[in-house]
Design a protein around this ligand. Sequence first.
Ligand SMILES: [Cu+2]
Length: 235
Amino acid sequence: MAKSIPILGGLTFLFSLLLFKIIWGIGMMPLAASYEAAFVDQAFDGMLKVTIPIFSLVLATLLYCLHQFRAQSGSLEEGVRFHGSRGGLVEVLWIATSLVLTLGLAAFGAKELRAIRGGDQADLDVQVNSSQWSWEFFYPSRNEYGSRLILPKGKRVRFLLTSKDVVHSFWVPEFRVKQDALPGKVVKLFLTPTKIGTYQLLCAELCGTEHTAMTAFVEVVEPEDFDRRMKGEAW
Ligand SMILES: [Cu+2]
């Protein structure tokens, strides 16, 4: 038992180091182009920092036990039998640790979600009408329709999402936030784009045969350009 602790500790440290290196090396997240993206990335990083060492400990224990308690070659003897639980303290420890971690992550998630949703105030409203298999955008303050979504940088936008047929889902990976569009209902989604660029809006809910083709361009432009575009120039 005493011998196993430094070995398990060493292996756990080694696997954690390797996984951190690989995962951060790959850079799994696309560009973060909204105010909300920072919160989502922070939550994702936080989850990885908690789960990678736990995963590494489980993996290290598994490999250690496979090696240490394997059958000797040619031996047909059964392993040592024991009855009842001999690890009462271990059970209490892992249940308590899991409980604290789960509740901690839930509290952290709730705090982040509240920060992302924020208040109900917005600089711009955009109605998003989804249908099999396209997106349509309507700007009520300007009485304008568009097949591509144009957003002013640094302005908080309130999207009013709805669907004409089945459930679709509004998702721009660079903005991180995602929200279902439901038939017969208007669902709100808030976001503030922070980086000029052209992105792609995707549908993140399997909605029929052409689901993967249900995309639209999203352009984030300077507020002055937004006003010019809305007046009908180069729409
Ligand atoms: Cu879809």
